[in-house]
Write a new protein. Structure first.
Length: 228
């Protein structure tokens, strides 16, 4: 479960302070698929980064699985991210000198799994998202955008995270690749995965069961729906 209370985030540039998040309250239940929408500059990605412990809020409270993250040290947050959270970014964030299998295995090795176990879990995750086995040894530069995003998703789910965060996962993809990626998210959700996804595409928000609309750093609307 995610609980956010009066979350605020400001950025300073010299004497100027810009408020990006202006007191957000938000709750997500285990197993929910939630889309976060809003115009450019509304604070969507900033909101995601605070919830997912990739950035530090200016003030407010964030509870993940009933744990008060405010009291965590930096090392504790890093460990929590590695074991409990998964991330999918619009730019894939793959290491260019490592092949698909190695990219997925890296976070597992960082959790002190044996190389054999890490690579077995990585291969299982790649199979789960439907990447052809003959592509496992390909470098990111030899994969299409859709294939790279599949590898990114496999890396995010290989350790079976409690919560999967996705920031515009279809932004750099063509329509067919985007459709495939959303099908993968649908299957993960059906399997009980909690997913928080930022998107600016109405079409893809329809895959979620709840949509949160942000504007000017605040939640201005929430709506429930039956996913497509």
């Amino acid at each position: 479960m995610i609980q956010v209370r009066n979350l605020k985030k400001s950025f300073k540039d010299g004497e100027k302070t810009t408020e990006v998040l202006k007191g957000i309250d938000f709750t997500a239940k285990n197993g929910e698929f939630i889309a976060v929408m809003g115009r450019s500059g509304a604070g969507k990605s900033t909101f995601l980064y605070q919830m997912s412990l990739l950035d530090e809020p200016t003030s407010g409270e964030i509870f993940l699985n009933d744990i008060d993250t405010h009291n965590m040290s930096l090392d504790e947050k890093t460990s929590f991210r590695l074991s409990e959270l998964g991330y999918v970014f619009q730019d894939y964030a793959l290491l260019p000198d490592m092949n698909a299998l190695e990219n997925v295995a890296i976070p597992l090795l960082m959790q002190n799994l044996s190389k054999r176990e890490a690579y077995a879990k990585a291969a299982s995750a790649l199979a789960k998202i439907g990447l052809a086995e003959n592509l496992y040894d390909h470098l990111p530069s030899n994969l299409s955008g859709g294939e790279q995003q599949r590898v990114s998703i496999a890396r995010a789910i290989a350790h079976e995270p409690k919560i999967l965060f996705a920031d515009e996962p279809t932004a750099n993809l063509d329509n067919e690749s985007s459709r495939v990626i959303m099908q993968i998210f649908d299957e993960l959700h059906k399997g009980g995965q909690t997913i928080i996804m930022v998107t600016h595409e109405e079409e893809y928000s329809q895959h979620a069961e709840r949509v949160i609309l942000l504007d000017d750093g605040k939640i201005i609307k929430e709506s429930s729906q039956k996913p497509v």
